[in-house]
Design a protein around this ligand. Structure first.
Ligand SMILES: NC(=O)c1ccc[n+]([C@@H]2O[C@H](COP(=O)([O-])OP(=O)(O)OC[C@H]3O[C@@H](n4cnc5c(N)ncnc54)[C@H](O)[C@@H]3O)[C@@H](O)[C@H]2O)c1
Length: 245
């Protein structure tokens, strides 16, 4: 059997980078997609991944990126949609969020996974198998106060995932969403290191700590390598009990 191939978006940093490492260690060939070309390239140096510079919110770029992965690596068995943004500080409560900020957060966080799924699904359908893992957020289940666009985008990712699972399960494709709580990555580090915000955030997590990106990648690996074959349409919460209270 040929070596399986995983496509990872947001591969250049944080959770995406941990997924590249985890999936490479699991023996998959990995295509590392990121808007930052240098960060994508670093995945080649560190893990032998195929680097692809792409903005996941751009339909044409995503189509070309998926074509390139198929051309260079021959197949796509796993698509992990990890790329995401919180938006600037202006993307806050609904009535003050600039429309452009809303559009950008939705474009990257929700339209991005849609475009990637849309591009890889015909190939997965043709091979009769495929695994999609979408990194949503606990903000897709409970609102993050003052983060209207991010919360809405992640709720959309949870439902996009269910929609794909329902539509394609009978044709060999599984789609699951992971909802991390707070993870120590460049996205969150400035908050965690802030002398006021950091302790406040930790105080809201019953387990008393944030996750390492590898703890999220571990579950992506389990889903990708077939260790959880009946997980389909699931929303897997990894949040140290944040949303349990
Ligand atoms: N860090 C957390 O606490 C946390 C919690 C829950 C969910 N998440 C989600 O996990 C995912 C990864 O977050 P992270 O913390 O690793 O963030 P990060 O900022 O460390 O990494 C995000 C990566 O995505 C890339 N990216 C951003 N916009 C892109 C675009 N338009 N096209 C392609 N690549 C793009 C960036 O260049 C970067 O390499 C995001 O979807 C985020 O919403 C993170």
């Amino acid at each position: 059997m040929s070596q399986r191939v995983a496509l990872v978006t947001g591969a250049g940093s944080g959770i995406g980078l941990a997924c590249v490492e985890r999936l490479s260690n699991d023996g998959l060939r990995v295509a590392a997609l990121d808007a930052d070309p240098q960060a994508a390239e670093a995945c080649r140096t560190s893990f032998g991944a195929l680097p692809v510079a792409v903005d996941v919110s751009e339909e044409g770029e995503v189509a070309l990126a998926v074509e390139r992965v198929l051309h260079e690596l021959g197949q796509i068995d796993v698509a992990a949609n990890v790329a995401g943004i919180t938006g600037s500080r202006a993307a806050a409560e609904c009535h003050v969020t600039p429309v452009g900020e809303w559009m950008r957060v939705i474009a990257v966080n929700l339209t991005g996974p849609f475009l990637v799924c849309r591009a890889v699904l015909p190939h997965m359908l043709a091979q009769g198998a495929g695994v999609i893992v979408n990194i949503a957020s606990v903000a897709g289940l409970v609102a993050f106060p003052g983060r209207c666009a991010y919360t809405a985008s992640k709720g959309g990712v949870v439902q996009l995932t269910r929609s794909i699972a329902a539509d394609y399960a009978a044709r060999g494709i599984r789609a699951n969403a992971i909802c991390p709580g707070m993870v120590d990555t460049p996205m969150t580090r400035w908050r965690l290191e802030d002398p006021e915000l950091g302790p406040q955030m930790l105080a809201r997590i019953p387990q008393g700590r944030v996750a390492k990106p590898q703890e999220i990648a571990e579950v992506v690996g389990l889903l990708a390598t077939g260790a959880m074959p009946y997980a389909n349409g699931s929303t897997i919460v990894l949040d140290g009990a944040f949303s349990a209270v």
